[in-house]
Design a protein around this ligand. Structure first.
Ligand code: ADP
Length: 515
C-alpha cells in the first residue's frame, strides 16, 4: 500500500500532469496552426485578386504607350500631329501630350510638343519637364529603348509620364507621353474596377494613404495592399474580401472557443488528479484514525475489565472484611460493567450507522425519560469523581427513539465527566424551545478550542486537549451524537466557553417535536 501510494505521488501524478500539459500544448499549437493556414489561404486569395487588379491598370496604360510608340516616327516628328492626334481620343484616351526631345543636344532640346488640348498648362508642363522631371527619369540606364514610367508628385500634383528612347537619322531622341492622372482616376478606374464583385471591396491610396478611388476599408489583418508595379508605382491598391471580414470574426470566435475547450480539458484533468490525490490523502488519514480507534477502544475495554476482575477475585477469596466493603466492591463491578456496556453499545451503534443500517424505532415518547435514564447510568461515576449532576427536566413529548437518545445523552455526560473533571457540577436540561425539544449538557471544564469545535463531531476525531491530557476515548462519541440528532431531523452543536463564563462547554441536541 505504502509503495503504491509513493508511486502515485512521485511518479503517476507528475507523469499525468506532464502528459496533460503536453497534450494541451500540442492541441493548442495545432489549433493555432490550422488557424494560421486558413488565414494564409485567405490572404493568398486576396493577394492574387489585388495583383490581378493592379496589372489590369498597368496593362491599360502600357497598351496606350505601345500604341503611341508605333505612331511616333522620330525621324519626322511633325507626323505626330497627323498620325497620333487624329486617333488619340479613342486609342490613347489618357495621354494628354507627347513630347520629343533631342538627346544629342546639351539641353535636351524639345523638337516636338503635340497636345490634345493646347493651352497655358502645356507651357507650364514643358518647363516642369525640362527643369524638374527629366532629372528624376532613369535616362541613362540600359536598355535605353525600354519603356519606363515616372510616377511622382510635383507641387502637390501627381504626374505620370511614360518615356522611351528612339534613334532616327543617327540621333537619339526621347519620347515622353504625359498622362492625365485625373482622368485615370475619374474615368479609367471606375471602368476597370466596376463594383460588380460583391465578394470584395477595394480602394486606391496615394503614398500618404489618402484615398483617391473607392471607399475606406475596415482595417483588419485580412486586408492586403499592393503597389502598382510599373506605372502608378507610388500608389497602392487595397483589397479586402467581404467574406474575409466575416471569416475573420468567425476565426477569432472559433479560436476563443478552441482555446477555451483545451484550457477547460486541462483544468478538468488537473482537477481530476487533484481529487485523486486528495481522496488518497483522506483515505490514508482515515486508515490512521481507524487503527488509532481500534487501539483506543481496546484500551478502554481493558481498564474496566481489569477492575471487574480484580474486585470479583477479591470477593471470591471471601477475605473481604465487612458487608459495607462487599457492597462497595459489588457497586464498582456493576458500575464498571455499565461502562463496558455503554462502550460496547457505542461501538455497535456506530458500526451500524457506518454500515448504513441505522434501524431507529421512532415513537411518541417523553424525551425527559431518556435523560433520566442516562443520568442514572452515570450518577455513580459522577459521585466518585465528586461531580454533582444538576438535572432539570421538563416533560416534552416528541417523536423520537428513546434508546438512541439515551445513548447520545450518555455520551455527552460521559464526555463532561471525562473532560471537565475539575468542575464541581454538570447540568443536564431538557426543555421545549418553540417547535423544538432541546437537550443541553453544560460543564465548567476547560472548554474546547475554536479550531476543534467543528472537527470533534467527525468520526474518530479527538480534541487536542484529549490527546494532551491522555484521557481515554475512541473519537466516535460525538459523531454518534450528531448522527442521532440528524436522524431526528435536528442537529447537535457546541458553544464554548459557556455563555456568560470564560470556561466550560455547552453541548446541545435540538430536534423538531413533530419529527
Ligand atoms: P472521545 O471522547 O472518545 O475522544 P468524542 O467524540 O466523544 O470522542 O469527543 C471528541 C473530542 O471532543 C474529545 O476527544 C474531546 O477533545 C472533545 N470533547 C468532548 N466533550 C468535551 C467536553 N465536555 N469538554 C472538553 N472537550 C470535550
Amino acid at each position: 500500500m505504502k509503495t503504491q501510494q509513493r508511486l502515485l505521488y512521485y511518479v503517476l501524478v507528475p507523469v499525468v500532469g506532464l502528459a496533460v500539459l503536453l497534450l494541451g500544448a500540442a492541441a493548442l499549437r495545432t489549433t493555432l496552426q490550422i488557424d494560421k493556414a486558413r488565414r494564409q489561404a485567405v490572404v493568398d486569395a486576396t493577394y492574387s485578386l489585388a495583383n490581378e487588379r493592379v496589372d489590369r491598370l498597368d496593362r491599360f496604360i502600357v497598351g496606350q504607350d505601345d500604341t503611341l510608340g508605333e505612331a511616333v516616327d522620330v525621324g519626322t516628328p511633325q507626323t505626330l500631329t497627323t498620325q497620333w492626334l487624329a486617333t488619340a481620343a479613342r486609342q490613347t484616351p489618357t495621354v494628354r501630350a507627347v513630347v520629343v526631345l533631342d538627346r544629342e543636344t546639351r539641353d535636351n532640346e524639345v523638337i516636338a510638343f503635340v497636345s490634345r488640348r493646347p493651352g497655358p498648362d502645356d507651357d507650364a508642363f514643358r518647363r516642369r519637364l525640362v527643369h524638374r522631371l527629366l532629372s528624376r527619369m532613369k535616362l541613362d540606364q540600359p536598355p535605353l529603348e525600354q519603356l519606363r514610367h515616372l510616377h511622382t508628385e510635383i507641387d502637390g500634383r501627381s504626374e505620370l509620364l511614360s518615356y522611351w528612347h528612339r534613334t532616327g537619322n543617327g540621333r537619339r531622341y526621347l519620347v515622353v507621353a504625359w498622362h492625365y492622372v485625373d482622368k485615370l482616376v475619374a474615368e479609367v478606374m471606375p471602368k476597370l474596377y466596376p463594383d460588380v464583385d460583391a465578394a470584395s471591396r477595394m480602394n486606391v491610396v496615394d503614398a500618404r494613404g489618402r484615398i483617391l478611388f473607392g471607399e475606406p476599408l475596415v482595417a483588419g489583418n485580412l486586408t492586403v495592399g499592393v503597389n502598382f508595379p510599373t506605372t502608378l508605382y507610388d500608389w497602392r491598391l487595397n483589397v479586402a474580401l467581404t467574406r474575409a471580414q466575416g471569416l475573420e470574426d468567425k476565426v477569432i470566435r472559433q479560436r476563443y472557443v478552441q482555446v477555451l475547450v483545451v484550457l477547460l480539458a486541462m483544468l478538468i484533468a488537473v482537477a481530476g488528479v487533484a481529487i485523486i490525490v486528495r481522496a488518497s490523502i483522506q483515505e490514508r488519514r482515515l486508515a490512521a484514525l481507524k487503527s488509532e480507534f481500534v487501539a483506543n477502544v481496546s484500551h478502554e475495554l481493558k481498564t474496566p475489565l481489569a477492575s471487574v476482575r480484580m474486585f470479583g477475585e477479591l470477593l471470591l477469596t471471601g477475605r473481604v472484611a465487612n458487608d459495607a466493603k462487599r457492597s462497595e466492591y459489588l457497586q464498582i463491578i456493576v458500575g464498571e460493567s455499565e461502562r463496558l456496556t455503554a462502550l460496547i453499545d457505542n461501538v455497535l451503534d456506530f458500526a451500524r450507522v457506518e454500515r448504513g443500517q441505522e434501524g431507529y424505532e421512532f415513537a411518541e415518547e417523553d424525551v425527559a425519560e431518556a435523560a433520566l435514564q442516562a443520568a442514572d447510568t452515570l450518577r455513580y461515576r459522577a459521585g466518585q469523581a465528586g461531580i454533582a449532576f444538576e438535572v432539570d427536566l421538563e416533560p416534552v413529548r416528541a417523536r423520537c427513539d428513546l434508546r438512541a437518545l439515551e445513548l447520545a445523552i450518555i455520551n455527552l455526560l460521559d464526555n463532561a465527566l471525562k473532560y471537565a473533571g475539575g468542575s464541581s457540577s454538570v447540568a443536564l436540561r431538557v426543555f421545549r424551545d418553540g417547535q423544538e425539544v432541546a437537550i443541553v449538557v453544560t460543564d465548567h471544564g476547560p472548554g474546547i478550542p475554536e479550531a476543534d469545535r467543528e472537527r470533534i463531531f467527525d468520526r474518530f476525531a479527538r480534541g487536542r486537549g484529549a490527546n494532551e491530557s491522555r484521557v481515554r476515548g475512541s473519537g466516535i462519541g460525538l459523531a454518534l451524537v450528531r448522527r442521532i440528532a440528524e436522524a431526528h431531523g435536528g442537529h447537535a452543536t457546541v458553544v464554548s466557553p459557556v455563555p456568560g463564563a470564560n470556561t466550560g462547554s455547552e453541548f446541545a441536541i435540538r430536534f423538531p417535536i413533530r419529527g
